[in-house]
Design a protein around this ligand. Structure first.
Ligand SMILES: C[S@@+](CC[C@H](N)C(=O)[O-])C[C@H]1O[C@@H](n2cnc3c(N)ncnc32)[C@H](O)[C@@H]1O
Length: 302
């Protein structure tokens, strides 16, 4: 291979399908430097290995592999998460769940709290909540996923980012695991607040073929199917979660507050509100919009 400068590689045919930001991020990743270093050192001569790694990174990106899977990093709520093909790449719009949950708990900090993240993936939600509330001692944290690969990633992130904090991890189909449901029943038999955070798969499974044809959503083909799609207009998992909760609440303490924070897409607001009311007729339900003015979050007090 002939010696090449960074400038040559960044403008080579392998890079031409990519935008400048992606080229620079991938070069910074391969060379283990910062993006500003890459911008300032276009005359740097790459070794053969660096050259090959960079061209391979460019060609994966040209096949729409998310940058986060190539670099194995994604920033979320100011923390740097390890990510790979076992987990959904954390989305900026999911940060609003963390904002709402942490504000709510801080306003009710005299209560005992149990926070459970259902469908934890990379662990971005539970770890961000735990990190933000580290100064409060009366909170227990748990995270659940059905995927072994996702649980491994979440546990790795916990070890790197919050080594001193306890988070209980459960492999479970929603709340079905016996240890988890026993734990929830125990919490509900006392006073306090149970907070369930869930960004479960909510893309209507009948949309998959169309989404993968569109340029702005084609990258979804690289993310785990189990993290994205759901039957019943995308609401199957939320419906199941609510049915499981009804069963778990039978012996709950009258003073126990249960709050749900559920991520949705814009047109699911009314149908999910109805599903919540069908299961918990006295629930109060609010919908919140994201920065793009789309309904993104349902908060329900059961
Ligand atoms: C949309 S991803 C969300 C990941 C992460 N919470 C986030 O916000 O980036 C949904 C997660 O739910 C998990 N999941 C799917 N079906 C599940 C089920 N029946 N029980 C538990 N977890 C499930 C998937 O493995 C995936 O990690």
């Amino acid at each position: 291979m002939t010696m090449q400068t960074l400038a040559n590689i960044l403008t080579s045919p392998a890079a031409c399908a990519l935008n400048t930001v992606d080229r620079e991020i991938l070069a910074a990743h391969v060379l283990q430097k910062s993006r500003s270093w890459v911008i300032a050192h276009e005359d740097y001569t790459l070794s053969d290995v660096e050259q090959q790694s960079l061209i391979s990174a460019f060609s994966r990106r040209a096949d729409h592999v998310p940058v986060a899977y190539i670099t194995n990093h994604k920033s979320f709520y100011d923390l740097d998460f390890y990510v790979d093909e076992n987990v959904l790449v954390p989305r900026p719009e999911s940060e609003m769940i963390v904002d709402h949950v942490t504000t709510d708990i801080q306003q009710n900090k005299d209560k005992n709290h149990a926070v459970i993240d259902v469908g934890t993936g990379s662990g971005c939600l539970i770890l961000s909540v735990t990190h933000t509330l580290h100064h409060l001692s009366n909170i227990t944290y748990s995270a659940v996923d059905i995927s072994d690969g996702a649980l491994q990633v979440a546990q790795k992130n916990k070890k790197i980012l919050l080594p001193q904090t306890h988070i209980a991890f459960y492999k479970s189909d929603l709340l079905r695991d016996t240890n988890l449901s026993d734990y929830i029943k125990k919490i509900l038999s006392k006073t306090g607040q149970l907070t369930l955070i869930a960004n479960l798969p909510y893309v209507d499974e009948t949309w998959e073929a169309d989404l993968l044809k569109q340029q702005d959503s084609i990258a979804l083909k690289h993310e785990p199917h189990i993290a994205l799609y759901a039957p019943k207009q995308g609401l199957f998992f939320y419906q199941q979660l609510l049915s499981q909760l009804v069963a778990l609440c039978r012996d709950s303490h009258a003073d126990h507050v249960i709050k749900l924070y559920l991520e949705i897409n814009d047109h699911q607001k009314d149908s999910l509100t109805q599903i919540i009311k069908d299961h918990f007729p006295h629930a109060s339900v609010e919908a919140h919009k994201d920065l793009a003015n789309h309904h993104r979050l349902i908060i329900a007090k059961l």
